[in-house]
Ligand binder design. Structure first.
Ligand code: BGP
Length: 483
């Protein structure tokens, strides 16, 4: 029997509404959407090399053409305007603006981002620029990549170039997107570019990504106006032990250390956690890796923390099941992306899964946001990615119905709203993704967009979730469940 809750209209509104000025956005990343891989002086990044290496990406897909956003950005901005987006989060292709990763910038590359941001501003959409979404210039990888300390200094130089080039029109900046993936999938499990499988290199990469972030914050602060907002986006793992058994709780601690606190420790709290150093002392010499002064650079204050969330992480100790790699959600490899926690097992949180086989659990996002608010109450938060892949297709009537995505977004936006109501300072939400795109090692097989892309014609078809999201944006509130 369903109980009728005695609610007033005012309570019902506050049960669905977001704070005034809440930032409604959508996100993409350069290599996933731009295409034009060799246009206007761009040189290969590690993702060009990796995707052109047989066997690395499903079906041999590459980002050579992708969604051709490089040429179609005007039409795409018009679609964003139709959606009513307040903000668009994109990333800059480093090798498009500084092909060798060193030295002077290429004007034609910078001009693309000038045109894109002008178009956005003209449409009343606030640009949010991410400097690094995994696409290191290949030349820098050839010199050692992120495990090499110099790469952090090269990144700061590139940040300086971008700050000078776009600082007059971009007010919100993110240094790195999901450095966990860059370090541990790129250099640990090898399922991402550059595909190395060396746990020591992965930990070294993590430190140099942190250092690059800190140096880039310094570089950006010195060239941007005081009003600029600078952030870092992390894919924090919302870790839960499978049972209360001490061994499972210990497994959760280890994954939290090498999945989360390896970044939040130095960036937000000024040091690497002792337990992380101890767990990985047999893999890397932290005393040699972390130089005097590094932690002061890395912990420079940021204005907002970007949080990407898709699914929770459930772990247990031992009992290594065959599903281990698949269930950690990060792709199958014989090599673990979890240095010092290689024997931890991963489990689905429930069997309601997306096309990525990631459990759908909105409460994980609520917990992540409220836990961050409790541990770092002064730090504003922004959900910089959330969304889901489903097997979308064009119906005979020519439309794309994606009710599962609508349900996913509704559940997760409600989790954000509840976190705000319970005191978390969440400033905005960016749907991943604006449009279908190159989903890394899954190629074009996974569709995350709220806009469908027919890759054979590059035709864009807004999915049903687009209309739903546009309505949420317009009302600044979720629909009542009976809507
Ligand atoms: C983004 C990618 C997306 C998607 C997501 C998954 O930054 O660009 O395409 O893969 O991360 O994140 P995670 O692997 O952390 O769950």
């Amino acid at each position: 029997m369903t109980a009728v809750r005695p609610e007033t209209t005012a309570q019902r509104v506050s049960d669905t509404a977001f704070p005034p000025g809440f930032v409604w956005g959508a996100a993409t990343a350069a290599y996933q959407v731009e295409g034009a891989a060799a246009a206007d002086g761009r040189t290969p990044s590690i993702w060009d090399t990796f995707s052109h290496t047989p066997g690395k990406v499903l079906n041999g897909d590459t980002g050579d053409i992708a969604a051709d956003h490089y040429h179609r950005y005007r039409d795409d901005v018009a679609l964003m305007k139709d959606l009513g987006l307040k903000s668009y989060r994109f990333s800059v292709s480093w090798s498009r603006v500084q092909p060798t990763g060193r030295g002077p910038a290429v004007q034609r590359g910078l001009d693309f981002y000038r045109r894109l941001t002008d178009e956005l501003l003209g449409a009343g959409i606030t640009p949010v620029a991410t400097l690094y979404h995994w696409d290191l210039p290949q030349e820098l990888e050839d010199s050692g990549g992120w495990p090499q300390r110099d790469t952090a200094y090269r990144f700061a130089e590139y940040a300086d170039i971008m700050g000078r080039a776009l600082g007059d029109r971009v007010g919100v900046w993110t240094t790195l997107n999901e450095p966990w993936c860059s370090a541990f999938l790129g250099y640990g499990s090898g399922v991402h570019a550059p595909g190395r499988t060396d746990p020591a290199a992965a930990l070294r990469a993590a430190h140099h990504l942190n250092l690059g972030h800190g140096l880039a914050v310094g570089a950006l602060r010195s060239v941007l106006p005081n009003s600029a907002q600078i952030s870092l986006t992390l894919n924090l793992h919302q870790v839960n032990p499978l049972t209360d058994a001490p061994a499972d709780v210990e497994a959760a601690r280890r994954i939290d250390a090498v999945g989360n606190r390896v970044f939040t420790g130095p960036v937000l709290d000024g040091d690497y956690p002792e337990d992380l150093r101890a767990d990985t002392a047999h893999i890397v010499d932290w005393g040699e890796l972390v130089h005097d002064g590094d932690l002061a650079e890395i912990s420079r204050p940021i204005d907002v923390l970007g949080v990407n969330y898709y699914s929770p992480t459930v772990v247990s100790q031992g009992d290594k099941s065959a599903d281990n790699a698949r269930n950690d959600g990060h792709g199958a490899s014989e090599h673990s992306p979890w240095p010092g926690a290689e024997d931890v097992s991963f489990h689905l949180a429930n069997d309601r899964v997306t096309a990525m086989n990631w459990s759908i659990e909105p409460q994980g996002l609520y917990r992540l946001l409220t836990d961050l608010a409790a541990s770092h109450p002064e730090l504003p938060l922004m959900v910089t990615e959330n969304g889901a892949a489903f097997d979308d297709y064009i119906s005979p009537e020519g439309v794309v119905n994606d009710p599962q995505r609508i349900a996913y977004l509704h559940g997760h936006l409600d989790a954000v709203r509840r976190a705000i109501a319970d005191g978390a300072d969440v400033r905005g939400y960016f749907l991943w993704s604006l449009m279908d795109n190159f989903e890394w090692s899954y190629g074009y097989s996974k569709r995350f967009g709220t806009i469908y892309v027919d890759y054979s014609t590059q035709r864009r078809i807004p999915k049903a979730s687009s209309g739903w999201y546009a309505d949420v944006i317009k009302r600044n509130a979720l629909p009542d469940s009976e809507d």
